[in-house]
Ligand binder design. Structure first.
Ligand code: URA
Length: 274
């Protein structure tokens, strides 16, 4: 063996390095849509007899059909009369493929005050959140908590995400995964009745506002969020994700400016948008 050939000790140490960095899963470049691939039966689909060996997994379609899962999520969300009932409905829901991919444990739904005037919506749970069952409890969450505390918002928030299960390897949730979870997010908004939304990160802002703009152009400006049935309208402010701020500390001043924009309006709800 040449002196530079890798040994099992170097391989183990490299794996430990990646695990410390949060890389604990082997992934394909693109997420696999298990519903489209037929690995998870769409909710309420009639049972099919398996007569032969499983078919090879087809290529992921550009627009996976999640309409059955979305319809079921809408039905279950509408039946939830309380936040506790909504949490139970989410935990029992099998229509989001993430539940069977990255998540090691329970659904991660919310933390904070169920009557909060501000709802913070992040992208999706990471490894720490998956372990502890609460959103934003890892390093990014600790920074978010510090920012909220500095803005005097600690006891005035409820924190949730666009999806309730950890995407494998902490990848960004896909629009299809977010669409399946959206009826539950929307029901949470209807039950909590916040005065406004803080959308943390590009994947949250795009999904919640249904806009295809970058976070750098959306952040710091008020947008109008409207529920699917048009019954609820709320001001929504996109801001930078704390995980991004951990990598780019110089951007913290922009996030701080966003929080000032938010608190100013939160304390004066009738204030015009601009
Ligand atoms: N990032 C998010 O967007 N949400 C979490 O809950 C944790 C990290």
């Amino acid at each position: 063996m040449s002196p530079s050939a890798p040994t099992s000790a170097t391989a183990e140490s490299l794996l430990a390095f990646w695990a410390d960095a949060g890389v604990d899963a082997m992934l394909l470049d693109e997420p696999v849509d298990r519903i489209a691939a037929g690995r998870i039966a769409p909710p309420k689909a009639p049972e099919r007899k398996v007569t032969a060996a499983p078919a090879p997994i087809p290529a992921r379609p550009a627009q996976p059909d999640v309409s059955g899962a979305v319809a079921l999520a809408q039905e279950l969300a509408a039946q939830a009369e309380t936040l506790e009932a909504l949490v139970a409905a989410i935990a029992a829901f099998d229509g989001c493929p993430l539940k069977f991919e990255g998540a090691a444990s329970q659904a991660v739904v919310y933390r904070g005050d169920p009557t909060a005037p501000l709802m913070v919506i992040g992208e999706g749970p990471g490894a720490d959140e998956d372990r502890q069952g609460q959103p934003f409890v890892g390093r990014a969450g600790q920074l978010l908590d510090k920012m909220l505390a500095a803005a005097g918002l600690t006891d005035r928030v409820l924190i949730t995400n666009t999806v309730f299960w950890r995407p494998p390897g902490n990848r960004t949730p896909t629009p299809a995964e977010q669409a399946v979870c959206a009826p539950f997010v929307e029901r949470a908004i209807a039950l909590v009745k916040p005065h406004m939304l803080l959308l943390v990160g590009g994947a949250s802002a795009k999904a919640i506002l249904k806009k295809d703009e970058g976070i750098l152009s959306m952040r710091g400006r008020w947008h109008e969020w409207r529920s699917a049935d048009g019954a609820i309208e709320l001001p929504a402010l996109p801001t930078l994700h704390p995980a991004f701020l951990l990598r780019q500390p110089a951007a913290k001043k922009r996030a701080w400016a966003d929080l000032l924009t938010l608190t100013e309006r939160l304390d004066r709800p009738d204030r015009p948008t601009d």
